[in-house]
Design a protein around this ligand. Structure first.
Ligand code: SF4
Length: 232
């Protein structure tokens, strides 16, 4: 499948997800950016969507600035979302991971506003809270919304095989190198990249039994986006 079609489907999934989230009880508003940390993760397809948002001058400047941040401490996942789902389903141990919001703010946060808001990844779109996060130090999320977020994260990862998954900074630094960007968009093989993981197929959705009925129409709308082509 060509990259333009993948991007169309990705943005369709974002729309479906946004429509679900906007009807949920939450107190999130512009200039509240507690969840905008340097620990955001995403797939290469989501990174490609962000890069398309920049012009050529932005790209050079962003690569230069991101490079200066590449050694700073940040969350670097040890498993992907579908890898996590596989471990849960087979009741295997999930690796311990270190993740601390105090490690820093997101590179794209400017005056407490996201500078890439229309193309922010699904990980960012997933963050809502019923109470002020900075008071409790966590996002207070309805359990069903956590399930919904996992469904989208799993589909978004699956549709980007053979792409990669990792911290937003690492993904963008990978794609902002011309040869790597070309290998990615041409689907040619690229070597495993430091700090990044290969996306994995979605074998089973992580849906608790009590959420199945409510989740079914959401899965149907995802399937109607054209994503089914990735499962043949
Ligand atoms: S990409 Fe935007 S929404 Fe996501 S963490 Fe960064 S500033 Fe926040």
């Amino acid at each position: 499948m060509n990259i333009e079609k993948k991007l169309r489907i990705l943005n369709q999934l974002y729309k479906i997800h946004d429509n679900i989230i906007k009807n949920q009880e939450n107190i999130c508003k512009k200039h509240c950016s507690t969840c905008c940390t340097c620990n955001v993760t995403m797939t290469t397809l989501e990174g490609f969507n962000i890069i398309n948002f920049f012009n050529e001058i932005n790209k050079k400047e962003i690569r230069f600035k991101l490079k200066s941040l590449s050694d700073f401490k940040k969350y670097r996942p040890k498993i992907t979302t579908n890898g996590f789902a596989d471990l849960c389903v087979s009741k295997k141990k999930v690796p311990d991971e270190e993740n601390n919001p105090k490690w820093g703010r997101c590179f794209f946060l400017q005056n407490n506003v996201c500078s890439i808001y229309p193309v922010r990844p699904i990980g960012c779109r997933s963050m809502i809270s019923k109470t002020i996060c900075s008071i409790n130090d966590y996002a207070d999320m309805d359990p069903f919304i956590i399930t919904v977020n996992y469904i989208f994260l799993q589909f978004v990862e699956h549709m980007d095989i053979p792409g990669q998954y990792g911290n937003l900074t690492d993904i963008l630094l990978f794609l902002l190198k011309t040869d790597q960007l070309l290998s990615y968009t041409n689907h040619s093989s690229f070597n495993p990249t430091k700090h990044l993981l290969y996306n994995r197929p979605m074998k089973m959705l992580l849906i608790p039994p009590n959420h199945k009925n409510r989740a079914t129409p959401i899965i149907r709308s995802i399937q109607n986006s054209g994503i089914e082509d990735f499962f043949v």
